[in-house]
Design a protein around this ligand. Structure first.
Ligand SMILES: Nc1ncnc2c1ncn2[C@@H]1O[C@H](COP(=O)(O)OP(=O)(O)O)[C@@H](O)[C@H]1O
Ligand SMILES: [Mg+2]
Length: 396
């Protein structure tokens, strides 16, 4: 199975591009699913489905063409399916603090649940070999990053905190529940989390395998949008995912000759040039601004026609360069991280147990070290072109 993850700033055209890619890939005969992970779903709208304003019919995969299904993960349904014991507990606590039933239930849906629910589906489709290609239409950059960082964050939580909390609760619950103003989480709460964690086991390796997962960044030829795209590129790399394509949407077509757009055209020309050099060697594709919105099958096909040549397979693996490489050099080891545009001053390196922690801006990533390197600490870091090279040496 191939996973194509479309991310980018809000409004740049992620949903349109993801949907059009789905249409194209399905037309090649691959069993394809386009899945919306953005809580503000608009995938159904892109296909111009005659459904209610607030969806429901697409909470599970719904066929829209030959070989093509779409799905919009519905958090309320997922909560019932996967999270009942966790939310039951949190709702109870919130109600103790005076919230009404409905509010408490709403608030008990916390950040990450949506992403995790989507991940449960991806893993399920992978295990059951349900699709050849799963296309993820992600929420804007920040939430997409939460999505891809979830497995490692959870892994860290499960390793370092979960077991302790659970044992502690077991020990103190009988007495503490008599004293505590709120009830402590019951054993079922922990069982629920544990079983969910088991269900996404292995997904981090899937996301970091460039033979399975590729990130495609959608952007516009505008300076501000480009800056967010550059940050996204770094962040995805830090999380170990491979970006194999940048798609610039809404390029002004040459046929617009109105003087009003002169300034726009010049700015776009400059930004397009910058985009090409910045992301090298990652290929950049362009889509023109159309005369109309992109919705409905016909227009999605039109978009796909601009994006891919006939018969071209967007699910083909083209870049397998992983963002991380561990290697031995003479008397020490090195971690090599592809980090275009990162400036040294922004990079923080720490070591905790057998993990190297890389901090860039507000993003933090735990890199599990291979056993041979687990006892080493970062000694020095330098940039070789766009590559951050971290020297690892023994601490003695
Ligand atoms: N190349 C384009 N030309 C004209 N309209 C476009 C183009 N790409 C996207 N749109 C329209 O722009 C709006 C936002 O696109 P959408 O794909 O929903 O963005 P995102 O998912 O990134 O928020 C939609 O109404 C869509 O139809
Ligand atoms: Mg969207």
């Amino acid at each position: 199975m191939r996973i194509l993850l479309f991310s980018g700033k809000g409004g740049v055209g992620k949903t349109s591009v993801a949907a059009a890619t789905g249409v194209h890939v399905a037309s090649l005969g691959h069993r394809t699913l386009v899945m919306s992970v953005d809580p503000a779903h608009s995938l159904g709208d892109a296909f111009d489905l005659e459904s209610a304003l607030f969806h429901g019919g697409t909470a599970r995969p719904r066929p829209v063409a030959d070989h093509l299904d779409i799905q919009e993960v519905n958090i309320n349904e997922e909560v019932k399916r996967h999270w009942s014991d966790v939310t039951a507990y949190i709702t109870k606590i919130l109600k103790t603090s005076g919230l009404g039933d409905v509010e408490a239930e709403e608030i008990a849906i916390f950040p990450g649940m949506e992403e995790l629910s989507a991940m449960l589906y991806v893993n399920e489709y992978l295990t059951n070999n349900s699709y050849d290609v799963v296309i993820l239409d992600c929420a804007p950059t920040a939430e997409s990053l939460r999505f891809v960082s979830l497995p490692t964050t959870l892994d860290w939580y499960m390793k370092n905190i979960f077991g302790f909390q659970r044992r502690l609760m077991k020990a103190v619950r009988p007495i503490a529940n008599r004293l505590s103003p709120v009830e402590l989480p019951p054993e079922r709460y922990f069982q629920n989390i544990e079983s969910l964690f088991e269900k996404i086991a292995g997904i981090d390796a899937v996301l970091e395998d460039p033979h399975i997962t590729s990130v495609r960044l959608v952007t516009n030829p505008e300076k501000m949008v480009l800056r967010e795209t550059q940050r996204a590129f770094v962040y995805f790399s830090v999380h170990g995912l491979t970006v194999d394509e940048v798609i610039v949407n809404r390029v002004l077509p040459a046929e617009i000759q109105d003087a009003f757009f002169d300034g726009w055209r010049e700015a776009q020309r400059q930004t397009l040039k910058n985009i090409d050099t910045y992301f090298q060697p990652v290929p950049v594709r362009r889509i023109p601004l159309f005369r109309h919105e992109v919705f409905g099958m016909e227009r999605l096909q039109l978009l796909a026609g601009h994006l891919y040549s006939a018969g071209e397979d967007p699910s083909r693996v083209t870049r397998t360069e992983v963002p991380y490489v561990f290697s031995r050099v003479d008397d020490h080891y090195e971690v090599r991280l592809t980090l275009p545009f990162a400036e040294k001053a922004e990079v923080g390196l720490f070591k905790k147990d057998d993990e190297l922690i890389v901090e860039i801006g507000s993003i933090r990533r735990h890199v599990g070290l291979p056993t041979s390197m687990a006892a080493l600490a970062p000694a020095k870091a330098r940039f070789e072109g766009r590559m951050l090279v971290i020297e690892m040496r023994s601490v003695t």
